[in-house]
Design a protein around this ligand. Sequence first.
Ligand code: BEZ
Length: 403
Amino acid sequence: MTDKRGIHTPNRRTLLKGASAMAAFAALGRFPTPAIAQGAPLRVGFMLPYSGTYTKLGKFIDDAFRLYVEQKGGRLGGRNVEFVQVDDESEPAKATDNMNRLVSREKVDVVVGTVHSGVAMAMAKVARDTNSMLIIPNAGANAATGPMCAPNIWRTSFSNWQPGFPMGKVMYDAGHRNVMTITWRYAAGQEMVDAFKENFTKAGGKIVEELYLPFPQVEFQPLITQIATKKPDAVFSFFAGGGAVKFVKDYAAAGLKSSIPLYGTGFLTDGTLQAQGADAEGIKTTLHYADDLDNPANKAFLAAFKKKTGQDGDVYAVQGYDAAALLNIGLSAVGGDMAARDKMIAAMRAAKIDSPRGPISFSTAHNVVQNIYLREVKGGLNRYVSIAHAALADPARGCKLSS
Ligand code: BEZ
């Protein structure tokens, strides 16, 4: 069968055959290594949103991963690289089939994906069941490097807890005591709000009310009216991509920008500033990246990304670039032989990457240990203000991996 994107779709019998073969590999403690011959190209499967509200996020991850590969002469760990793309549409209901397609039908060596936490959870389950290599270049679902953690599951972005938690102290220290929260009701929004609340209430702050709407809806007006009526000291929010653009513009249009300060995790204003314009000026957010980070890796990355795509890089591009860097470290340690699983994983665990976001390393749960920055939008850039929390590791609650 061939789907509307021209990608061959496995039938049910093929999928089941593939799944039992994968289970056998898992029992052997080896990665399924379909293209293991040293001369064979490494098959990288991108499972990313190429449509919907997160389209730009997926595209930037894809572009930056390819940029890194190009900078290495088209090779990772000495092997030529070829790509397969699947549009996951940020649709959790389709995620298991899409992931199985890449692993069983397309026989990729590694899956890189995705952006949406709900989709990533389904991917992590398939990766665990089939012992396939998965590198998550955005989705922050805490469980992926918590209860679902596994030797073959890695993340080069953040856990949802990481950018949310430091904002609790930032907003309390700014004098805010009564805060409302607003986000989409799915894992990313819920977990970022929970992390913010954890730190804000510990400091003595009070949550006046939590507002939610279903992902990816953008009918913000009734909720913004509730904020105007309740008049909290400030608002904490998570939105990203196209939804973030509209939320920031609607908030300003409602006249709240100057009376009730809007904060959030940095996704609110990352990759969105051109479209948000003056309405985003002055918004403070916490994230593991800022546009003007003054380090050579960031300057070189932004210049190279601009040259390749004509666009300004952002946090999503950085995460995609670092996904390729991590894979390269693992593959280089084993001369491109992904069957040398233990050695490859040991090299990835020891990885220290001079990322555009600053120095990063990896926790026992395979999540990034990184600085979280306080940023402020000034002159159309997310500018560095301070380090909100240095070298922050996710608590990895429920992860059973040990070092
Ligand atoms: C998530 O679903 O995990 C997510 C999506 C966009 C930005 C940040 C997190």
